[in-house]
Design a protein around this ligand. Structure first.
Ligand SMILES: Cc1cc2nc3c(=O)[nH]c(=O)nc-3n(C[C@H](O)[C@H](O)[C@H](O)COP(=O)(O)OP(=O)(O)OC[C@H]3O[C@@H](n4cnc5c(N)ncnc54)[C@H](O)[C@@H]3O)c2cc1C
Length: 513
């Protein structure tokens, strides 16, 4: 078995950035299940947040993040996030990420729930693509070993410590073992749980399933962020229309033309994502439509074509000139807020297992992620992982648990011995209908029962699609059981049977095997 100091699973921002830093400390192998550029990172549009503007401060970024998190942020982790942000931006600039500039300075834009303009962007609305292309080019130049089409299937743990990983060669179907001192999961989110999602195909919760099966703690899975505005055109996969469009003055209208967001909250179109997403659902129900509209026709066309060239072109390719016509939109699953529980050094409860990026739950997002804090979280905590592991020769790394939390094991449900084989589309429909933007005890219980039946009936996975379905099924069960346990509404989790938040629930739900 080949041996490495670091094995990194995933090649989005978290995996690539970690690899570039880790190569200074030892040998590095990146395993990624598709090609190096297959990830959610490359689809990020709006940008990355950092308090670098003249009228901004670390304190203001801290306050905005805490406010969005609705009582569940880990304050120490948020301090780290905002304090280390400017230096991580400098790193990205030094790696060559071409952030947009205005009059010689980095240009900053506004997004919902940020109190000032603090979002850096690249190529207008192609921030993620520029980050991904820049970092993957650096990785190639650095001669870091990358195994593409290689899907991690099992974490190898011996005497409580990770010592490697099993992976499927998706081309040959063979399983191989790789040994390491440090394993870093950077496997991204699980948006493929839902029928309508902005996520790429890779977002199948693999890291959650791998870590859970190895004995790691999974936390905050009831919080899944739905983006309010994904393009809703028949036959077109939901394409994100970034919040920055509303930041630049775009407004939401229902199908009758009414500008409705000010009816719900004073912040109107720039209210936090969960509020805008739910308001859209109410407007769609009220008007009997499956969409609302985003209106930018009052903005100068030049702003639209220069600030949002990617969106402009995509819509034009689908017959819609957004400088003249309204954009049909509806909410879509967007970001997995919960994940594998880590401390402020990216460590998990399993020695040698570290987690970075969307699949980690560092506690910075609380119950609701502030827009553009996720790319930032990936770079801030990836660097801390490398710092921590570099020190391990001197001091043994130890995991410390933080915050108020209640532990549950994934309950057994009574399920029949046989059941029809589930499909990806059935799973996605079930989640959209029962574990969606608005959930309640009845819908969640139905989903939990069905998922338990399906999970039991899955055959042993043998190829990429079957591993992914199995991982999604487990991730879906964790999200559903957590949502069932939390009998309140908070942040991204809205229960129609418990529409208020309650101090009784000001703690995290941790799920263990
Ligand atoms: C449309 C869209 C727009 C967004 N806009 C923004 C934004 O403007 N600002 C912001 O901060 N955030 C944004 N986000 C969120 C942000 O892009 C993601 O949270 C972030 O890119 C995640 O990075 P990551 O490295 O953790 O995961 P990803 O970039 O998703 O990478 C995961 C990697 O893991 C690999 N992988 C997964 N499972 C396995 C396995 N079993 N074996 C091997 N490899 C595996 C995948 O192939 C992939 O390479 C957006 C997300 C989407 C979908």
């Amino acid at each position: 078995m080949n041996q490495y100091d670091y094995i990194i699973v995933g090649s989005g921002i978290a995996g690539l950035y970690t690899a570039l830093l880790a190569k200074e400390q030892g040998s590095v192998l990146i395993i990624t299940k598709g090609s190096i550029d297959d990830c959610n990172t490359r689809y990020a549009q709006g940008g990355i947040a950092a308090a670098i503007g003249r009228n901004d401060s670390l304190e203001l970024h801290f306050k905005d993040t805490i406010a969005a998190g609705d009582g569940l942020c880990d304050e120490e982790a948020v301090r780290i996030l905002v304090n280390e942000a400017p230096d991580r931006i400098t790193d990205l600039v030094n790696f060559g990420v071409p952030f947009d500039t205005l009059n010689g300075e980095i240009a900053l834009t506004m997004e919902a729930a940020h109190s000032v303009s603090r979002i850096l962007h690249a190529g207008g609305d192609a921030t993620g693509e520029h980050i991904e292309v820049t970092l993957s080019k650096k990785v190639r130049e650095s001669k870091i070993q990358v195994l593409e089409d290689c899907l991690a299937t099992e974490i190898l743990v011996e005497k409580g410590r990770v010592n490697g990983i099993k992976a499927l060669d998706c081309r040959t179907g063979s399983i191989e073992k790789f040994g390491c001192r440090f394993l870093i999961l950077a496997t991204g989110g699980a948006g493929q749980l839902y029928k309508f999602s902005t996520n790429s195909d890779i977002a199948t919760g693999d890291g959650i399933a791998l870590a859970f099966n190895a004995g790691a703690e999974i936390v905050d899975m009831e919080f899944f962020q739905f983006h309010p505005t994904a393009l809703r055109l028949p036959g077109v996969t939901p394409f994100l229309i970034t919040e920055a469009v509303r930041g630049e003055g775009g407004i939401l209208r229902n199908v009758e033309g009414h500008h409705f967001m000010p009816d719900y909250v004073p912040a109107g179109d720039l209210a936090p994502r969960d509020i805008v997403a739910r308001s859209i659902v109410y407007e769609m129900e009220k008007t009997g439509s499956d969409r609302v509209f985003l209106d930018v026709t009052h903005l100068p066309p030049k702003i639209i074509t220069t600030r949002f060239p990617h969106i402009y072109r995509f819509c034009l390719d689908h017959g819609l000139d957004i400088t003249k016509g309204l954009i049909p939109v509806a909410p879509a699953a967007h970001y997995m807020i919960g994940g594998i529980k880590t401390n402020n050094w990216g460590e998990t409860n399993i020695t040698g297992l570290f987690v970075a990026g969307e699949t980690a739950c560092t506690g910075v997002h609380g119950a609701n992620r502030l827009a553009s804090n996720s790319l930032l979280e990936a770079v801030v905590f990836s660097r801390r992982i490398v710092k921590r592991t570099a020190k391990e020769a001197e001091t043994e790394v130890s995991y410390t648990s933080q915050g108020k939390e209640v532990h549950h094991s994934l309950g057994q449900r009574q399920v029949p011995e046989t059941a029809p084989a589930p499909s990806l589309s059935a799973l996605q429909q079930l989640h959209w209908d029962k574990v969606g933007i608005i959930r309640n005890k009845e819908s969640l219980t139905q989903a939990a029962d069905i998922l338990a039946i399906w999970q039991k009936s899955l055959p042993q996975p043998a190829d990429r699609p079957s591993y992914e379905l199995s991982n999604l099924m487990l991730t879906g069960r964790l999200a559903t059981e957590a949502a069932l346990l939390r009998e309140e509404s908070r942040g991204a989790h809205f229960r129609s049977d418990f529409p208020q938040s309650s101090s009784r629930w000001q703690h995290h739900i941790v799920l263990v095997k």
